[in-house]
Ligand binder design. Structure first.
Ligand SMILES: N[C@@H](CCC(=O)N[C@@H](CS)C(=O)NCC(=O)O)C(=O)O
Length: 293
């Protein structure tokens, strides 16, 4: 069973992050073929979708089910995956936690227009701390209220909102990385929740892929000085011209190695530049690579 998933530039397209996590975090990554579109403006999205025969879908992300249903909305992707996979805990099983998670996910999907329009998602770099205008300040207060409410009602053991990682966390992931980009740290529940997303290996893999092959698009970025990325420190590695490498076959594809990286004096090989570069960008986010180390 194969889904087709159309997403935007991994560094900037907010809802595409959520759709990726809906497959990646729930064990469905092998069932999805991803096509990355790289529009240079939001207006380009419709034209590029039309070129792929998806003119009516209009927005990214869009997922196509194995039967051909076009899911051109993040919540539609979420609900359809949950319905099709009743054995996977997309939503919490506990009714109180599930209802809470659904309410929060839907509020995220229908609200927060100030944050969305003024503080763009940017996984390429963080920016220096921004002073939120009143409209954004009120939305930040609302997020703190919602996230605190969920954690109080659901009493999760880990960092996520309603128990184990569920769809509500995937839906909020783009908002969490958005806030991290502007040094948001004054609200305690928000700070802890944002840090949990930044440390999430799946999100780190998404960013590492984005850094590997996405163009920088200045018009998708805030015009403010850059600051160091606020996620966990990345283990140092670099691309190198030649082997030999410790491994003969690529940790991802099993094919013969042709591209090389060096980490702590050791050389490892990969079957193409993208797989090498995504690993260089955050080696510890990739379990198949770390199995070699
Ligand atoms: N309802 C959609 C909205 C997605 C959305 O706004 N996508 C933006 C990029 S993050 C887009 O495709 N914009 C192009 C446009 O609106 O024409 C969803 O939740 O998936």
């Amino acid at each position: 069973m194969t889904y087709q998933l159309y997403i935007g530039n991994r560094l900037y397209f907010s809802w595409s992050i959520a759709a990726y996590l809906m497959f990646e975090k729930f064990g469905l990554s092998a069932e999805v073929q991803t096509t990355v579109l790289r529009p240079e403006t939001e207006a380009d999205v419709r034209r590029m979708m039309a070129e792929h025969g998806l003119g009516h879908a209009r927005t990214l992300p869009t997922a196509i089910t194995p039967e051909g249903a076009v899911l051109n909305d993040s919540m539609a992707i979420a609900e359809e995956l949950a319905s099709r996979n009743p054995d996977i805990a997309f939503w919490p099983t506990d009714p109180l936690a599930r209802g809470t998670a659904r309410a929060l996910a839907n509020e995220m999907h229908s609200s927060f227009g100030g944050l969305r329009s003024h503080w763009p998602v940017n996984l390429r770099t963080s920016n220096v701390a921004q002073t939120p205008p009143p409209e954004i300040d009120a939305e930040l207060d609302r997020l703190e209220v919602l996230w605190t409410h969920a954690r109080t009602v659901c009493a999760p053991e880990g960092p996520w909102l309603c128990g184990a990682y569920s769809l509500v966390d995937a839906i909020f992931a783009p908002m969490a990385v958005r806030l991290a980009g502007y040094d948001f740290h004054t609200r305690p529940t928000t700070k802890a929740y944002v840090e949990a997303h930044l440390a999430d290996p799946a999100l780190r893999r998404w960013r590492a892929m984005g850094l590997a092959n996405e163009p920088r698009l200045a018009k998708f970025e805030l015009d403010a000085p850059e600051a160091p990325w606020r996620g966990p420190a990345v283990r140092a590695a670099q691309a190198v011209e030649a082997g030999p490498s410790e491994n003969d076959s690529c940790p991802y594809s099993g094919r013969p190695v042709t591209h090389f990286m060096e980490m702590e004096g050791r050389v490892f090989g990969f079957c193409n530049a993208f797989c090498r570069d995504k690993t260089v960008n955050d080696p510890e986010a990739w379990p198949k690579f770390m199995a070699l180390v």
